[in-house]
Structure formats: structure tokens, C-alpha cells
Design a binder for this molecule. Structure first.
Ligand SMILES: Cc1ncc(COP(=O)(O)O)c(C=O)c1O
Length: 418
């Protein structure tokens, strides 16, 4: 495996298939389709049918979608939004940009919000709880919905990891007063950058629609950057990854030919100028193609998760808890070991790029915690999980043979060290 050019990777263009690359390539030469068109509206309609949500509005990211949701609630400045640590700065920044305050709640060993800690963190300024369904594992929604009802708090579902997951027979995203989804490069489906804002009631939906109108489209250079992503990644960077591809990736990102998932400004709590924006037509076309594949992608993820559960059962690793009351989508198969960092590094040396979500309570780990208002030590379990977790790939471009290579590596490491 170590000699192959193309790595086994959890995050490098994980969902992109041949037809997605062909479509992106074709769109690069049809610039009249980039900005305006009917695709975003069509995407919203298909999305509503697939998920059962009532009102849905397409944006250029989950970040923009969350900005729209928060704007729609019209909370007074300084209102507190309770959310879990063990998250990405992309889930926190829209709260700060809206003039609101994130209040961090610890997470449980399911990687989701800890309800006992949530009860302790509520104050008279609390206005909403945002739950995450981390790695596609649904939260205990019965208890959370009840808690929000009792305390008169709005519920927002962050479904960035969990499109297609369900709780007690109902799709996630349909429980909250509002929810949002992400279609960014390493999510359940991808159009490089994309998101959906969802509202349950009509008034909130109308305010989100007005926000979408005001937000306008991203500029053409930004759209071109995203269209180039599947093409360059799959035709040049990945096939040559272990010789020069990885250097090309850095070079393309530095010269802004390709985008990065997170802008450096966001690590300081600042907003890049391409948020908030509505979804441009070209990315909606890519997203529609991916949405057709949702069930197949998630079935594949579930099969690989079942394989890892079986194949790694005799190791000393802690396996992810199985969803008792629902269906998990296993965006990543997340395991725990005290030597997580060492395992990740050793795997990378063998061209197996397993994932490190999350290495700190708010990632990327060079995010300035004070700017994101996180107090070190305030969520001890999130901090512990950040030291001990790593993720195995489940996406459609990982075959059973590759999953077996990952699993064999882990078993070999485990035997040698335990
Ligand atoms: C948990 C979580 N919430 C929200 C987001 C934001 O989504 P997007 O990247 O589409 O802005 C992300 C992804 O970055 C995420 O991982």
C-alpha cells in the first residue's frame, strides 16, 4: 500500500465520482450557467421531498445557512446559544458574526451534547440550543426537544454530518424549529461548498427567504475555484498524491486556484467576504447530482461501519456507540485510543490518511480559542475525546479491500502495542 500514488484518504474529495468530475469539467466551459438559473430552486424542492422538511433555502455553505437561520430568529444582541464543544469553528463563527454568544456544553461519549451539562449551562440569556448529530449519530432528541419546550428555548439542529440519519423513524432536521445542512467537500454529499437552511414555521421561513435574497451570489472567480476542485483533485492531485500531488495541492491552495475549507480569518473569529451568499446555479447542479446518490452513499457508509465493528471487535479500541433509537450515517467511523495521535501519524507514513476529527474542542486546532469564546477546561470530556479520537473512512471511494487494509493496519498496530 505504501508504494501506491493514490492514498487511502478520509477527506480528499471523498464523494466525487467520475460523473461528478465530468459535470464540473463541462460547467467550467459554460459560464452562462454559473450564477443564475433554476438549479438552486430545483435543489430546494428535491431536498424537501427527500428529507420531509417544510421550508428549505440553498446557500453557498452551512455557515451562510446558519447565518440565515440566526438572522431569522431576531435574537437580541448578546443572547446565548448553547452548543456543544468538540466541533468546528465553522459551526461557532456564524453565532459570533451575528453578535450572539456561544455557550459551550460538554459532550458525551456519543460525541453529542451532554444533556446533564446542558442543564447546568442555561442562564436567563439563553435563547436556543444547537445540537450537532456528530459524525451522523443522532442526538437523544426526545430529551432535548422536551428540555427546550420546558425552558422555552428554540432548537436548532446542526445536520452538517447527518443528512439521511433518522431518530425514531423521523429524519433528523425535522425536529428543530430550524436546522441547517452542509454540502461541503467532506460531508455526506458534496458540491465543494454548499448548505441548506431549514425552517419549520412559515414566519421564520419568510425571514430566511428574505435573507437569501439580500445575500446575493458569490463572485465568478469564487465559483470557478469550486468547479476546478473536483477536476484538479481527481485528475491530477490524487493520482499523483504520494509523489508530487500533495505539493500541488498546497500550491493550488496558496495561489487561490483551489479554495480551502476554512479561511485563516475564521481561525480568529473573522468573517471572509464570501459569506453569507446564496447558492450559485453551477454548484446547485453539482449538488443535485450528488443528492441523487444519497441513499447509495449512506448504504455504503453503513456497510463499511458494520465491517469495522466486526473486524475490529477484538482490538482494544473503543468503538462508536451504535444508534439505539435511530439510523446513523457514519460520515466517519470514529474510534478511541489513548495513542490516537501516534496511530494517525504511523498510518500517514503508510499513505493511509485516516482522519483526526477532532483534535481540539474547536477545530482546526490553530483556531484562537479566546476569539471563539472557549474557556480551556470548561468542557473536559470534549478535550479528552479530542486527544483520543481518530476516524476511519466510510465514503463511496473506499472499497471493502481498502477498508480491510485500514483495519489490518489498526489490528497490527494494536497487537504490537497492547
Ligand atoms: C459540525 C459542523 N457544523 C457546521 C459546519 C459548517 O458547514 P460548512 O462547511 O458547509 O459551512 C461544519 C463543517 O465545516 C461542521 O463540521
Amino acid at each position: 500500500m505504501s508504494n501506491s500514488f493514490k492514498p487511502i484518504s478520509i477527506s480528499l474529495s471523498p464523494n466525487t465520482e467520475k460523473d461528478d468530475v465530468q459535470l464540473a469539467w463541462k460547467l467550467l466551459f459554460e459560464s452562462d450557467l454559473w450564477v443564475n438559473g433554476k438549479a438552486p430552486e430545483e435543489l430546494e424542492e428535491v431536498f424537501k421531498k427527500k428529507t420531509g422538511v417544510k421550508h428549505a433555502y440553498a446557500f453557498n455553505s452551512g455557515r451562510s445557512a446558519l447565518m440565515a437561520v440566526l438572522d431569522g430568529f431576531k435574537f437580541e444582541a448578546g443572547s446565548e446559544i448553547l452548543m456543544q464543544a468538540f466541533t468546528c469553528n465553522a459551526a461557532v463563527n456564524p453565532i459570533i458574526w451575528a453578535g450572539l454568544k456561544p455557550v459551550y456544553v460538554d459532550c458525551n461519549n456519543n460525541y453529542n451534547i451532554d444533556i446533564e451539562d446542558l442543564k447546568k449551562k442555561i442562564t436567563p440569556k439563553s435563547r436556543a440550543v444547537m445540537v450537532q448529530h456528530t459524525f451522523g449519530q443522532p442526538c437523544d432528541l426526545d430529551e432535548i426537544v422536551e428540555f427546550c419546550r420546558e425552558k422555552k428555548l428554540f432548537l436548532i439542529e446542526d445536520c452538517a454530518h447527518s443528512l439521511g440519519a433518522a431518530y425514531k423513524g423521523k429524519n433528523i432536521g425535522t425536529f428543530g424549529d430550524a436546522s441547517f445542512f452542509s454540502f461541503s467537500r467532506d460531508k455526506i454529499i458534496s458540491c465543494v461548498y454548499g448548505g441548506m437552511a431549514v425552517a419549520r414555521n412559515k414566519e421564520l421561513a419568510e425571514r430566511i427567504a428574505a435573507f437569501q435574497n439580500r445575500a446575493g451570489y458569490p463572485d465568478r472567480m469564487w465559483i470557478e475555484q469550486q468547479l476546478l476542485h473536483p477536476v484538479l483533485m481527481n485528475r491530477i492531485i490524487l493520482p499523483s498524491y504520494s509523489i508530487f500531488g500533495k505539493y500541488l495541492l498546497v500550491m493550488f491552495q496558496k495561489s487561490r486556484i483551489l479554495s480551502k475549507a476554512i479561511h485563516w480569518q475564521e481561525k480568529k473569529g473573522r468573517k471572509p467576504d464570501y459569506f453569507p451568499r446564496r447558492m450559485p446555479n453551477a454548484l446547485a447542479l453539482l449538488c443535485l447530482k450528488q443528492l441523487e446518490k444519497l441513499e447509495r452513499f449512506n448504504a455504503h457508509r453503513q456497510e463499511l461501519a458494520a465491517f469495522y465493528y466486526r473486524d475490529l471487535a477484538d482490538t482494544t479500541l473503543s468503538m462508536p456507540p451504535k444508534a439505539v433509537d435511530g439510523i446513523a450515517t457514519y460520515l466517519r467511523f470514529t474510534v478511541r485510543d489513548k495513542d490516537a495521535r501516534e496511530i494517525i501519524n504511523e498510518a500517514w507514513r503508510r499513505n493511509i490518511l485516516i482522519g483526526d476529527w477532532y483534535t481540539s474542542p474547536i477545530v482546526p486546532n490553530d483556531t484562537q480559542m479566546d476569539k471563539l469564546e472557549y474557556v480551556p477546561g470548561s468542557c473536559p470530556n470534549a478535550e479528552k475525546l479530542a486527544r483520543e479520537t481518530f476516524n476511519l473512512p466510510t465514503h463511496i471511494n473506499i472499497s471493502e479491500i481498502e477498508a480491510k487494509a485500514v483495519s489490518d493496519f489498526i489490528k497490527h498496530y494494536d497487537k504490537k502495542h497492547n
